[in-house]
Design a protein around this ligand. Sequence first.
Ligand SMILES: Nc1ncnc2c1ncn2[C@@H]1O[C@H](COP(=O)(O)OP(=O)(O)O)[C@@H](O)[C@H]1O
Ligand SMILES: [Mg+2]
Length: 224
Amino acid sequence: MVIIKTWGLCKFYDPTKTKEIRALYNVNLQVGRGEFLVIRGPSGSGKTTLLSLIGALDRPTKGQIYLYGEDITNFSEAALARIRREKIGFVFQNFNLLPRLPAWENVTYPLIPVYPRARDRMKWAQELLERFQLEDRFYHSPEEMSGGEQQRVAIARALVNDPEIIIADEPTSNIDAESIENLVGILKTMKMEGRTILMATHERSIFPLADAFLDLKRGQPVGE
Ligand SMILES: Nc1ncnc2c1ncn2[C@@H]1O[C@H](COP(=O)(O)OP(=O)(O)O)[C@@H](O)[C@H]1O
Ligand SMILES: [Mg+2]
């Protein structure tokens, strides 16, 4: 079952005559439930742009995005926010953690609207942090953690809403070899849990997990 589809997807930044940037041009892709899509391409080829469009963080200039068969291109802000909250977990390239907040608060930050009481959120945080061997980092802030630990906090946060879709943008660019190995294990588990994963990466040790590859080039059409 196809759960993500794009059709003629384009994103142009600054679409004035002189400075237009074709960040993404005519991307057609389909991802089935439980599939792992690896997105490759040189810097500036639109990997981050594509992930933020599919993740309902931004809107295309042209073309369509279908999630679960529904065209979300013209959804309201509120409807897009709901999709992000209920269906998608994000792991950003620089992790996007709040530098001053302890790990447990970072992990459960997306839950604040649903569970306003800290005590309720701490229980969730405990479970997730234990799962990623971070139980002894409960009260530590990202500033006090290694790159690999920060990444695990970011992954734990991405899973806090039990999302069906995981979107990860070059998650290995700031971590050491051992943490990359650890990440491969985490990704295997995510696959076994049936999650659909879209990841921009050039890390070869992740490639065997991929069901499909999308290779982006600067300013060129991609797909069928
Ligand atoms: N907010 C923005 N405003 C203008 N140009 C942007 C913006 N974001 C990205 N770009 C441009 O779009 C192109 C694709 O960027 P990006 O999606 O970040 O590529 P990648 O993640 O593959 O490095 C680049 O030329 C980049 O400079
Ligand atoms: Mg990028």
